[in-house]
Design a protein around this ligand. Structure first.
Ligand SMILES: Nc1ncnc2c1ncn2[C@@H]1O[C@H](COP(=O)(O)OP(=O)(O)OP(=O)(O)O)[C@@H](O)[C@H]1O
Ligand SMILES: Nc1ncnc2c1ncn2[C@@H]1O[C@H](COP(=O)(O)OP(=O)(O)OP(=O)(O)O)[C@@H](O)[C@H]1O
Ligand SMILES: [Mg+2]
Ligand SMILES: [Mg+2]
Lengths: 255, 255
C-alpha cells in the first residue's frame, strides 16, 4: 500500500505546489515510485511538469467523477518513477458535482484504494481553501504536510488548519496524522524568517521538519521550463533542500 | 456615491491583503474617507489593523446576512478617515448561507447601496478563490484591482480571472471594469521579475498601473504590529509605493 500525503494549507502562496512538485521529483530520484495528483483547479502542478490539460487527455476531474481510472490518467514524466494525474481549470466544476454525491468527502479515498498498490507514495497538491477538494485530499491521506511560509499571516492560518484537520480526523479519517510542518521561503537576510521559525518550533517542536526550504529564485524559475528544480538546476539550494526533505521522509518510513 | 473597488485574484499569496490594507490607508492619508471590507475568512485584513474578531463585535458575516448594517459594524482605525468591517474565520459559514439565497451573487451589492454615501472609496479584500464571496465582491464593485506577483504562475492564473470577470460582467454587473493590474513583490535583483513585468505590459499595456510595488520586508512586518505600513515605517519603499498608487488612483478620478 502506498503512503498518501496531502500538501495542504488554506493560506495562499505558501509553497504547496512547489513542495508537491519538487518533493515528488526528489522521491522518484531516490528510487521511489510516486503518483502526483493535481487537485487544484489552478493546475500549477500540471504546468510545472509542462502538462497543459486539453480535451484529449483525461484529467483528475474525470478520475473524481469515475469516468477514468487512475491507471488510465497517470502520465509518466521525468524523473523516472514519477507519474502525474493532471488538472485543468475545469476541475472547478468537479467541486459542484461532488457536493451532489452522498459521501462526497470520501470519493478520492475510495478511488485510491483501487489499482494504486504499485506506488510507494501518492502526493496530492491542494488549492488555497478548505473546500471539498481539500477535504477529499485530507480524507484520503495517511498524513498531511503543511508548508508554512516564514511570514506573519502564516501563523494566523495554522490554528484554523489544525482545527479542520481535527474535524476530518474525527468525522472521516481517524488515522489522519500530521507528517510535519515544512518551513518554506526562509530568507536568512530577514529577521522575520527567524522569528516565525522560532515561534513555530516553540509551539510545534516535534512536528517541524528538520529540513528548511530556503528562498531560492531557481524554484520559481523552474516551472516556466516545465521541469522540477532537480532537472533544471540540480546543485541549487532549492534542489538540495527538497532532496534532503525526501531523504528525511524516507528515513522515517524505514524506522 | 463611493467608488467600490474589489481586490481580487484567485492565485494565492500575490498581495491582495497587503494591497487592500495599504491602499486604503494611503487613500485615507490623502484625505479620502474609506471603508475597507474584509471578505476573506482568513481575516488577514482585520488582523493587519490589530482587530481580532470576537463574539462581542459585529463582523462582515453579520452584515452579509442582514443582521447588522454597515454603519453599525464599521470600526474607525488610524489613519483618520479609515473604517474597517472586520471578519473572523466564521465567515466560511456565510458561504454556505449565501448559497441558499435566491439572488446570492448580488447580496453585497444591495447592502452597499444603503448608508454608504459618505465614503469616497469602498475597498473589498477577497479570498484566494472564485467562490461566492469573490463573486459578491465583483458584483458589487465598480472596478477590480488585480494584484499580480512577478512570478511564473501569476500569468497562468490571469486568463482564468479575466474569464470570470467577463462572466460576472455579462450576468450580474454590466458596469464592471478592470481598474488595473498591479505588479507586486517586484525584486530588482531577480530577472524573473523583469521578464514577467515585460510580458504583462506586452499583453495588457493600458491596464497596468504605472506604480509597481517592490518586494520590501517592512510590508510583511507591519501586520504583526497591527498597523498599515504607512504608520509603521512611512519612509520605506513599500509605504512610498502604496502612497504613489493612491495618488495614481485619485488622479484618475479627477480627470
Ligand atoms: N522556496 C522558494 N523560493 C523562492 N520562490 C518560491 C519558493 N517556493 C515557492 N516559490 C514561489 O512562490 C510562489 C508561491 O508558491 P506556490 O505557488 O508553490 O504556493 P502555493 O501555496 O501552491 O500557492 P496557491 O495557494 O496559489 O496554491 C510561486 O511563484 C513559487 O514559484
Ligand atoms: N511587496 C511585498 N514585499 C514583501 N512582502 C510582501 C509584499 N506584499 C505582500 N507581502 C507578504 O507576502 C505574503 C503574501 O501577501 P498577502 O497575504 O497580502 O497575499 P494575498 O494575496 O492576500 O494572500 P491570500 O491569497 O492568502 O489571501 C504576506 O506574508 C505578505 O506580508
Ligand atoms: Mg498551489
Ligand atoms: Mg489575503
Amino acid at each position: 500500500m502506498p503512503k498518501v500525503l496531502a500538501i495542504a494549507n488554506q493560506k495562499g502562496g505558501v509553497g504547496k505546489t512547489t513542495t508537491a512538485v519538487n518533493l515528488s521529483a526528489s522521491l522518484a530520484a531516490s528510487g521511489k515510485k510516486v503518483l502526483l495528483i493535481d487537485s487544484d483547479p489552478q493546475a500549477n502542478t500540471s504546468s510545472s511538469y509542462g502538462v497543459r490539460g486539453s480535451n484529449e487527455i483525461p484529467t483528475f476531474y474525470d478520475v473524481l467523477l469515475g469516468k477514468v481510472s487512475v491507471k488510465d490518467s497517470a502520465i509518466s514524466s521525468p524523473p523516472h518513477g514519477l507519474f502525474l494525474v493532471p488538472s485543468t481549470p475545469d476541475l472547478v466544476a468537479a467541486e459542484v458535482e461532488l457536493l451532489k454525491i452522498e459521501s462526497r468527502e470520501s470519493v478520492l479515498r475510495k478511488i485510491l484504494t483501487r489499482d494504486c498498490d504499485s506506488y510507494n507514495y501518492i502526493i496530492i497538491d491542494c488549492p488555497p481553501s478548505l473546500g471539498i477538494l481539500t477535504i477529499n485530499a485530507l480524507t484520503a491521506a495517511d498524513t498531511v504536510i503543511i508548508p508554512l511560509q516564514c511570514e506573519y499571516f502564516a501563523l494566523e492560518g495554522l490554528s484554523q488548519l489544525l482545527y479542520t484537520i481535527r474535524i476530518i480526523k474525527a468525522k472521516f479519517n481517524p488515522g489522519l496524522l500530521i507528517e510535519g510542518i515544512l518551513l518554506t521561503m526562509f530568507d536568512r537576510r530577514n529577521k522575520l524568517s527567524f522569528s516565525v521559525a522560532k515561534d513555530v518550533k516553540k509551539h510545534f517542536a516535534k512536528k517541524v521538519f528538520r529540513t528548511i526550504i530556503p528562498r531560492n529564485v531557481r524554484l520559481s524559475e523552474s516551472p516556466s521550463h516545465g521541469k522540477p528544480v532537480l532537472l533544471y538546476d540540480q546543485k541549487c539550494p532549492g534542489a538540495l533542500a527538497y532532496l534532503k526533505l525526501a531523504k528525511e521522509l524516507i528515513a522515517r518510513e524505514e524506522k
